[in-house]
Design a protein around this ligand. Sequence first.
Ligand SMILES: Cc1ncc(COP(=O)(O)O)c(C=O)c1O
Length: 385
Amino acid sequence: MEHKINKNLSTIQISGIRQFFNMISNYDDVVSLTIGQPDFPAPDHVKDAAKRALDNNHTVYTHNAGIFELRKSISEHVAEKYDLNYNPATEIIVTVGASQAIDIALRTIIERGDEVLLPGPVYPGYEPLAKLAGADVTYIDTTSHSFKLTADLLEQSITEHTKCVILPYPSNPTGVSLTKEELKEMAEVIHKHDIFMIADEIYSELVYEQPHTSIASFEKIRDNVIVVNGVSKSHSMTGFRIGYLLAPEWLAKHILKVHQYNVSCASSISQYAALEAIQNGKLDPESMKEQYKKRREYVTDRLDKMGLEYVIPDGAFYVFPKFPLNGKTTFDTAVELVKTAGLALVPGDAFSIHGEGFMRLSYAYSEETLKNGLDRLENYLNQIH
Ligand SMILES: Cc1ncc(COP(=O)(O)O)c(C=O)c1O
């Protein structure tokens, strides 16, 4: 019967990250700098709100788009921080993590044969969802542009089939973000070709120097942009599974249909926890950010001393150094690193072919773990030279 299932699945592999973990799961004494989620517990006031939601019997379906107070607090939050104007009644949908927001956005706009553009290297969650929605995926190589998708690169890549470009910034796996000026140029290209952009801003609260600009703040492309965000990374709430999307009313009303038949609504209890996080936890991301920033300094300082090249991350908690391969593939090198040095980094090819030759190092770990892991990296590099 297997030949009868959806053929789109045959072009979708289990993620390179998962394949790597399966491969290394039998090794002991491995320091892992691989994780893609904050290492802090969810804030206590958020956990208390979840408990209160249970005690108050908020255990039933909510409005399909999410409880109104939460949509209202999201609307106020994005207005205050990113100068965005979205009507909580008609233009905001609370989703099951940013992941479901991306899925329902794609399924609303994609028809078979449409092309989705992705900057590479990139978070591996997009390609499978785009393909399942019927799209062909094209990667744009950003490696010689400090991992930034530029307006020129985008312009050169758009074809008559291009329906949408997905842009995460700050980026997973590189931590690189875009300035207001760069986004403004990109907005011109989006406007000129009238394509959609899914702006994945899930790391927007974790930027270190420059303030985060949302591309949706350029009014002339308001109709083209679907903003994806959530509390997973900002408030260390990955397991609560609360994200949201912002879209103009004419589009949001169609996305809401896909969402409704897909999940009805996000978890009621988690929505109350997210409401507390957004309303009363404005400082939570700030304190985590301070820690990440210190760790970024420590990690990049150590990488400098080892002579590894990287682009300084503007945000998130990843750095993506170029790695000596000695004739091996990136994947095999990552496995060798585990076997001989007891250190796990995510091989860059998990983030598309454009990640070949790089490794993703996550610094969402304690300083002690980072020190231990980086000592092992240093020993490994000394041995192979
Ligand atoms: C760029 C990016 N987008 C989306 C997600 C998924 O977020 P969520 O856990 O809210 O579904 C991740 C998770 O790692 C991510 O790195």
